[in-house]
Design a binder for this molecule. Structure first.
Ligand code: SF4
Ligand code: SF4
Length: 62
């Protein structure tokens, strides 16, 4: 499992990067998740004001 960003929805606000307890997210233009670091806690998905993050299987790409 990993957090996955819907790049079309992401506004680049950085809220997910700020809340991630393992620093698995960084924001360039849109948020990018390091799936090797992601603990699948779901916090970023809950905080995202754009509903752009889902936590799910690594292989499924959005
Ligand atoms: S919280 Fe949502 S909109 Fe903000 S940078 Fe993260 S994925 Fe993008
Ligand atoms: S699911 Fe948790 S560990 Fe993974 S990127 Fe989001 S906040 Fe970080």
């Amino acid at each position: 499992m990993t957090a996955r960003i819907n790049k079309a929805k992401c506004a680049g606000c950085g809220a997910c990067m700020d809340i991630c307890p393992v620093a698995a997210v960084h924001v360039e233009v849109v948020a990018i998740v390091n799936s090797r670091k992601c603990a699948s806690c779901g916090l970023c998905s809950e905080i995202c004001p754009q509903f752009a993050i889902k936590v799910g299987p690594k292989k499924a790409r959005t």
